[in-house]
Design a binder for this molecule. Structure first.
Ligand SMILES: Nc1ncnc2c1ncn2[C@@H]1O[C@H](COP(=O)(O)OP(=O)(O)OP(=O)(O)O)[C@@H](O)[C@H]1O
Length: 529
């Protein structure tokens, strides 16, 4: 990400409604923002709260001046409730005290759950899902679906991101792999959309790969079960032939290139989009995708759009960019920024040279093969080569890479999910976001090309509170880059040899050395295939 010009990305917004969000918030639906359980209303600064008057003591003069969000919008109006001077100041000071007490309770709760926030007027975190109903009047179908999915307690990212998005705030959030970020944006999106409509696309979720888009569409539908929303996945066919003007669509889930192509070729109108989520946002801001993403952000020209960015890794460059272009956005970090999930046991294994890798892999499998296992390699050629090596053994192995057809890719994923495949060899195409619940081990056969690639790859295991294991092979040539991985390991509580930590600091450019594939088969056997 080199282009930091704020006018490049997220430009095209003519009327800056977000900038004045606190003013606008006052005119938003009172029922969504007020906390019916008696906790403080959302979205208010201490200054605002000073003007608050506890409901019980308020003397009403007229119903026209009903307070909005705990304070009176028309403060100078003649219809303002009249209070005795002393009573007013007493109430104001009680209101202020209660605000500070609530802020203190929120701070303690956030600390307990490792939630770090920055920004102004941040709504109280959600303690449990029942608050969706009491605070935000969530429809029963969502709570029913959560229960059916076995989702009982919100995860820390859900605790904070859900109230933020429900309060109409923009946010950029960084939370570990497998910590439930999808639900953190899908749940408030369904709640805010309320019901199906035929008024054009209302929400867009952008993701970097087709597999991830299709997984997210499935998750959306699961949470929307029982409610007739139009949730659509942008398939190749839809992008090329869709009659979008006639196609009802509440939520559109797509990769950037397909969506941009639909906007250009099929005149898909995104001007009514109210919610835009960039999931795996740092990947979307990679140079290859930046232009189409920028075009889509511009096409989503609704001035009151709410944008949010989610990822398990949020490099400073992306964060700086987000900071300059989003309006009054709140930053949410769960745990330490750019760190691996703590439920993964991580190990480094020295394999000497490329020659040693295959032996080390076979040995690992012989000693303890605990399927399902994911094996990551550097590119599709290496994926094909490793597959050739392993496919005739006793292990049920399959491969996934970008040279396969969409159908083949989907089959590989389905078979792995269903347990028919024990070991799936993969390139980074599925390193991000894919939710294979029970992956026991990730093997980095080839050293990852960046620390964020490492975090995402190993994050395919140890999800939703489960434990997992990650083994990373390294050769002599990889030693220079070891320290960056070792730092990630150490930060998530794994033991790392001291000599690695004392290696010189190296600015990591993408580490993708040319790797020679070394077969263990006799040459004539190789040629037959
Ligand atoms: N509150 C919850 N309680 C239990 N399980 C949950 C909860 N929220 C989500 N999950 C489950 O956790 C798994 C991981 O969620 P999800 O895929 O959203 O993770 P993520 O944070 O987006 O990970 P990644 O960074 O790898 O994309 C999913 O199977 C999801 O159903």
């Amino acid at each position: 990400m080199t282009d930091k010009d704020p006018s490049f990305l997220f430009s095209g917004i003519t009327f800056n409604r977000k900038r004045f969000s606190s003013d606008f918030a006052r005119f938003k639906e009172k029922k969504e923002i007020n906390d019916s359980e008696g906790t403080l209303p959302e979205n208010k600064s201490p200054e605002v709260e000073v003007a608050a008057k506890p409901a019980k003591k308020r003397k009403r003069k007229s119903s026209v001046s009903d307070p909005v969000e705990g304070f009176n919008v028309f403060k100078s109006s003649k219809t303002e409730p009249v209070l005795e001077e002393n009573e007013e100041s007493e109430n104001a000071s009680e209101g202020k005290k209660e605000l500070y007490r609530q802020m203190e309770r929120d701070a303690i709760f956030r600390k307990q759950h490792n939630i770090h926030t920055s920004g102004s007027n941040i709504p109280s975190p959600l303690h449990d899902f029942s608050e969706l109903r009491s605070r935000y009047k969530c429809k029963p179908y969502i709570l029913r679906n959560l229960a059916e999915l076995g989702i009982k307690e919100p995860t820390p990212i859900q605790m904070q991101a859900i109230p933020l998005l429900l309060s109409g705030r923009e946010c950029f959030a960084c939370a570990p792999t497998g910590s439930g970020k999808t639900l953190a944006f899908v749940c408030p999106m369904l709640m805010k959309l309320k019901h199906a409509s035929k008024d054009g696309v209302r929400a867009v979720i952008l993701l970097p790969t087709r597999e991830l888009a299709s997984q997210t569409a499935r998750e959306c539908k699961k949470l929307a079960k029982g409610k007739k929303f139009y949730i659509r996945l942008m398939t190749k066919q839809l992008a090329n032939t869709g009659e979008f003007s006639k196609l009802p669509c509440d939520i559109l889930i797509s990769t950037p290139l397909r969506l941009k192509s639909a906007v250009n070729k099929r005149k898909l109108d995104l001007s009514r989009v109210e919610y835009l989520v960039l999931d795996e946002s740092d990947k979307l801001f990679d140079l290859g995708l930046l232009k189409p993403v920028d075009a889509i952000v511009k096409a989503c020209s609704n001035p009151s759009i709410i944008r949010s960015l989610f990822s398990a890794t949020l490099p400073d460059t992306v964060e700086e960019l987000a900071r300059t272009i989003m309006h009054d956005a709140v930053r949410v970090i769960i745990g330490r920024k750019n760190s691996a999930s703590e439920s993964i046991k991580q190990k480094l294994v020295f394999v000497g040279s490329e020659e040693g890798k295959l032996m080390a892999l076979r040995q690992t499998f012989e000693e303890s093969l605990n399927p399902p296992v994911l094996v990551f390699v550097q590119n599709k050629e290496r994926a094909k080569d490793l597959y050739k090596e392993l496919r005739f053994g006793d292990i049920r192995v399959d491969v996934i890479h970008s040279d396969l057809s969409q159908e083949q890719r989907e089959n590989a994923i389905d078979n792995f999910r269903a347990g028919k495949t024990w070991v799936l060899i993969a390139t980074d195409v599925i390193a991000r976001g894919m939710d294979f619940k029970g992956v026991n081990c990730v093997v980095n056969y080839d050293f990852p090309d960046s620390s964020s690639a490492y975090i995402h790859r190993i994050g395919r295991s140890g999800r939703a509170g489960r434990s997992g294991e990650a083994v990373t092979f390294y050769t002599e040539a990889d030693i220079r880059y070891l320290k960056n991985i070792a730092n990630v390991m150490k930060a998530s509580g794994c033991e790392v040899p001291e000599w690695i930590l004392s290696l010189p600091k190296l600015k990591w450019k993408k580490h993708r050395p040319k790797r020679e594939f070394l077969s263990t088969k006799p040459h004539d056997e190789e040629e037959e295939e």
